[in-house]
Design a protein around this ligand. Structure first.
Ligand SMILES: [Zn+2]
Length: 233
C-alpha cells in the first residue's frame, strides 16, 4: 500500500492496542509473556484485591508505572502525534493504559481501559498522579484509599468513555493498530466506522477474526508500516 494522502480525510481515528505497547517495550498484560502470567490478577487487578489490601495493589501499580517510565514513545506514537500537530483532526481510541500517546504529544486520547497515571477517590473523583510512586495513597480531603483509575477484571467500562468513543461514527479513516479487537466494545468499532463509509485499515502482524471487516490489512509491525503510510516524504 502506498503513502496515504491524509489531507483528504476530515477526521482520522487511530484505534490502538497492546501490540503498540509491546513494540515500544512496555510489558503487556495478556498472552504468553504477559504480566498476568507472572502475577495473579486476582491479587492485583480487581476490586476485591483492592478492598482486601489496597497498599499491596498500589505498590504493584507503582512497579508498573516505574517500568513504563523507563520506556519512551516510539515512531508510531510520534507519527500520530505529529499528524495532529499539523492540524489534522485526529482521535486516538486506545486500549492501553500506559499514557504513551499523551507522552508523544497526542491531545485527543480516549482511554477505554483507564490510565496508570490517574487515581480515583470514591467521593472526590479522579486526579492525575504522574510519578513512578504515587504522591499519596489516600485522598487529601477524606482519607479514603485512592484506587488506580483502571478498568480491572470484573469492572464494567466507564459509560462516559464509551460514549466518547462514538466519535468513530464521524471518522472517514479508521486505522486499527496492534489490537485483535475481538473484545467488546472494540469488536464493534470497524463496523461503526464502515457505517459512515470510512476507509478501514488494519495494521497487525497477525490476522484475527475481525480482520475481514477491514478494507485493507497490513501484516507488518506498526513501527515499520505507520511511518511509511503517514510520515514525512
Ligand atoms: Zn476523597
Amino acid at each position: 500500500m502506498g503513502r496515504i494522502n491524509y489531507g483528504e480525510y476530515e477526521h482520522i481515528v487511530f484505534f490502538t492496542g497492546a501490540g503498540m505497547s509491546a513494540e515500544s517495550g512496555v510489558p503487556t498484560y495478556r498472552g504468553r509473556d504477559g504480566i498476568w502470567n507472572q502475577y495473579r490478577w486476582e491479587e492485583y487487578a480487581c476490586q476485591n484485591a483492592f478492598d482486601a489490601d489496597p497498599e499491596k495493589v498500589l505498590k504493584f501499580h507503582e512497579l508498573r508505572r516505574g517500568t513504563v517510565l523507563t520506556c519512551t514513545p516510539y515512531p508510531v506514537h510520534e507519527t500520530i502525534a505529529a499528524l495532529e500537530k499539523k492540524g489534522q483532526v485526529i482521535t486516538v481510541v486506545t486500549q492501553n493504559i500506559d499514557g504513551m500517546h499523551q507522552r508523544a504529544g497526542s491531545m485527543q486520547v480516549i482511554e477505554l481501559h483507564g490510565s496508570l497515571w490517574r487515581v480515583r477517590c470514591p467521593r472526590h473523583g479522579i486526579s492525575e498522579d504522574m510519578n513512578s510512586t504515587y504522591s499519596r495513597y489516600r485522598c487529601d480531603k477524606c482519607g479514603e484509599w485512592l484506587r488506580p483509575d483502571i478498568i480491572w477484571f470484573g469492572d464494567s467500562l466507564n459509560q462516559r468513555v464509551t460514549a466518547e468513543a462514538a466519535v468513530i461514527r464521524r471518522c472517514d479513516l479508521f486505522v486499527s493498530i496492534g489490537t485483535s479487537g475481538v473484545v467488546y466494545p472494540a469488536a464493534r468499532f470497524p463496523r461503526i466506522a464502515r457505517e459512515n463509509n470510512a476507509r478501514c485499515i488494519e495494521i497487525n502482524p497477525e490476522a484475527n477474526e475481525m480482520s475481514f471487516l477491514y478494507d485493507e490489512t497490513i501484516r507488518e509491525k506498526a513501527g515499520t508500516a505507520l511511518p511509511e503510510l503517514f510520515g514525512e516524504e
